[in-house]
Design a binder for this molecule. Structure first.
Ligand code: FAD
Length: 320
């Protein structure tokens, strides 16, 4: 097992800022473990090309506390800025390294990458953001349908589309209801009845159905999907075919909060992870940074959380 001083989980703005602040304070070695094939995966994946990256996101004027800061610029300029920082600070980032488990051992933490113990670390900073790793359907999603078929709930509600939502859990119900406001929505579930949906969501589905805004397609299973005149053709296993503008799959998968629960982080009554004001959890020397630690996150807040954590490690554990 590789021994490090700090293991940072996630190479988004928060994780990268933690590594920079740690190196600037000579707290080394620091390794950053990233699940995807690139750094800043949330920005790469969810921001449209040329998107303005606002320094005062949601009109909040957050002043930078530490080393990392930026002015409003495009997605591409921001990603280039981060690349430059990674080079300048010689950050040790390991891509395609999903952390699946963290276990305490003799006062240190064993970090499991893809279920194998790979690192032993004194401090752990978890900066995994708020987006999960969704389950995929068993059949392939054609490449040309990438902008019409989604594995995560919509960030913005589309308008005036014929939409298929696939799934039978609470997320599927909530997504279908949210989409109903401005679209014609169909919800496909492979069982004849829902059994995992809470009462509120069941009532909401029923209400939308009565209003004629939602059609429930119970006991329907999809065999495959194909691209068809810039739309999506769905082949159901009973032989029926239907065409939709968009599909949202809500098939479950791992969520960041479940990851925290699994490794032993405690939560408050409102379902938020317990932390002190320096982002330290109930597990000593395990901190949360960025979106996973904040109610309404932003890049500047993620940078600032990194500064507060490293300052705290220095003052609480390393001074004197
Ligand atoms: C569409 C959109 C537009 C936005 N616009 C702005 C804006 O203009 N200005 C602004 O300030 N903010 C904006 N935000 C918010 C901003 O993107 C987030 O606040 C910021 O990305 C949070 O950084 P983070 O490092 O905490 O999390 P993330 O950026 O989500 O990074 C988390 C990283 O952890 C990785 N990861 C997850 N799980 C694991 C694991 N188990 N093991 C290893 N790696 C893992 C992920 O792949 C990812 O790379 C926007 C968000 C969205 C979705």
């Amino acid at each position: 097992m590789e021994k490090v001083k700090i293991a940072v989980i996630g190479a988004g703005p928060a994780g990268i800022a933690v590594a920079i602040e740690a190196k600037a304070n000579n707290i080394e070695p620091v390794v950053v473990l990233e699940r995807s094939e690139c750094i800043c995966n949330t920005i790469v994946k969810f921001y449209k090309p040329g998107k303005r990256v606002d320094a005062n996101f949601r009109k909040e004027d957050i002043k930078p506390l530490g080393i990392c800061s930026f002015e409003t610029e495009t997605k591409e300029e921001f990603l280039q800025r981060i690349e430059n920082w990674v080079k300048k600070w010689k950050l040790d980032i390991r891509l395609k390294s999903e952390v699946t488990e963290i276990k305490k051992r003799n006062g240190e933490y064993e970090i499991f990458v893809k279920d194998k113990p790979e690192f032993l670390s004194e401090y752990v900073v978890i900066a995994i953001g708020i987006f999960g790793k969704p389950n995929r359907p068993s059949y392939p999603i054609p490449k040309e349908l990438e902008d019409k078929v989604f594995l995560e709930p919509p960030l913005e509600i589309p308008k005036n589309k014929k939409v298929l939502v696939v799934g039978g859990g609470n997320t599927a119900a909530e997504v279908a209801c949210a989409l109903c406001e401005a679209n014609q929505v169909f919800l496909s579930y492979r069982r004849p009845q829902f059994f995992r949906i809470n009462e509120i969501n069941l009532k909401n589905l029923e209400k939308r159905k009565k209003q004629g805004r939602l059609t429930l397609l119970m006991a329907t299973d999809i065999e495959k999907i194909e691209s068809y005149n810039d739309r999506v053709k769905v082949f159901f296993k009973d032989g029926k075919k239907e065409i939709y503008d968009l599909i949202y799959y809500c098939l479950g998968g791992t969520t960041p909060k479940n990851f925290l629960r699994r490794i032993g982080i405690e939560f408050d009554g409102k379902g938020e992870p317990l932390m002190d004001e320096f982002f330290e959890t109930n597990l000593p020397k395990v901190f949360l940074a960025g979106d996973i630690a904040l109610k309404q996150g932003s890049i500047m807040k993620a940078f600032n959380s990194a500064h507060i954590i490293i300052k705290r490690i220095k003052e609480k554990y390393l001074s004197g």
